[in-house]
Design a protein around this ligand. Structure first.
Ligand SMILES: [Mn+2]
Length: 339
């Protein structure tokens, strides 16, 4: 167990929910970690904590990948349930990621519990919100799994499958799985999960518009060389996170994809390689997305090596500010490479 204190406090909190009506929300669009943790948490709430009713929703609209999971696990979403006693938000590092539920969660008159593993989550929600978050966890699914082990809950095959899928995608297909996660993977596999056959059903083919966005992102990028660090900044209207990720695969240490949300607002996704994060000590979620989002009248957050922000600026303004910020933090004047 990674953090027994967190888990025991969370257990104590959930014990208050007996016979309550609970609404679980993922972050906007959902992802495998958030939907799998919601699925398994609902089981624990019903079977262990005697919760009366539990609904799940994905704010905004679920991505294709999430839709496939919803179908596979028979999750069933319910929109806008009124008259609930408590909300549980999973995997959302800030309330802005709750789209249409932002207002009700932020109003301050509801019982809200947040379970998360992003940087600085506790400071993003209003003080009345009960935040159970630890960056030591590699996924929220893992938090819920630790809770299940703490409770001595016997997993069924379906539970083990859901947990493995959450772990799989939030560790970038196990590539960054640490010792704790890896030993959990072994325990889950030993329950009889046949991972390759599940993944074959769930893997989405990348659709054409996303492929085009990645290719356009690559052809438009500007390359900044901060001595041995290669930073690329590009602009694309959609799929910014997919674009940033693919530019890391091309060879960048830090990739930032910016796109317009509307006339005055932009969104940006950033990704960095592990060596960049370790050696520069820059935390993208806190130092770049979080700080710059707020500075430009918006918000941002995420993890050390993957983050997202939305703010009031033009693409050029934001790009220029980011380069300046990196110049200061790295103490290096970048050389702009000719494409
Ligand atoms: Mn997550």
């Amino acid at each position: 167990m990674r953090d027994e204190i967190l888990i025991s406090l969370l257990d104590r909190e959930l014990n208050q929910l007996s016979r309550h009506k609970v609404f679980i929300l993922t972050h906007s669009g959902g992802d495998p970690d958030s939907i799998c943790s919601a699925y398994f948490l609902r089981k624990l709430l019903k079977e262990i904590y005697n919760v009366g009713n539990v609904w799940i929703d994905v704010p905004g609209s679920p991505t294709a990948h999430v839709k496939a999971l919803i179908e596979y696990f028979g999750i069933g979403l319910t929109q806008n349930v009124e008259d609930v006693d408590a909300y549980i938000v999973v995997d959302a590092g800030s309330p802005e990621q709750l789209d249409e539920y932002f207002e009700v969660i932020s109003r301050g008159d509801k019982y809200v519990i947040v379970i998360d593993h992003h940087s600085d989550t506790v400071n993003r929600y209003s003080p009345n919100v009960k935040v159970y978050s630890s960056e030591r966890y590699q996924s929220v699914t893992e938090v819920i799994y630790d809770l299940a082990e703490y409770l001595g809950y016997r997993l069924e095959l379906r539970d083990a499958e859901a947990i493995l899928i959450g772990l799989y995608y939030d560790t970038v297909r196990f590539s960054i799985a640490d010792l704790d996660t890896s030993s959990k993977i072994c325990r889950l596999i030993s329950k009889g999960v046949i991972l390759n056959s599940i993944l074959a059903k769930l893997e989405q083919t990348v659709d054409t518009s996303e492929r085009i966005a990645r290719l356009k992102g690559a052809s438009r990028m500007k390359i900044y060389r901060f001595r041995d660090w290669l930073v690329v900044i590009t602009n694309v209207g959609k799929f910014q996170s997919s674009v940033a990720r693919s530019l890391i695969n091309l060879g960048a240490h830090l990739a930032i994809a910016i796109g317009e949300v509307d006339k005055s607002r932009v969104a940006a996704s950033m990704r960095a390689s592990q060596d960049f994060i370790e050696q520069t000590k820059i935390n993208l979620g806190i130092d770049l997305a979080g700080r710059i989002g707020v500075k430009f009248g918006g918000y941002g957050g995420g993890h050390a090596s993957a983050a997202h922000l939305e703010c009031n600026a033009s693409i050029e303004e934001l790009a220029e500010y980011l380069v300046d910020e990196l110049k200061n933090r790295l103490g290096i004047n970048p050389e702009v490479l000719e494409a």
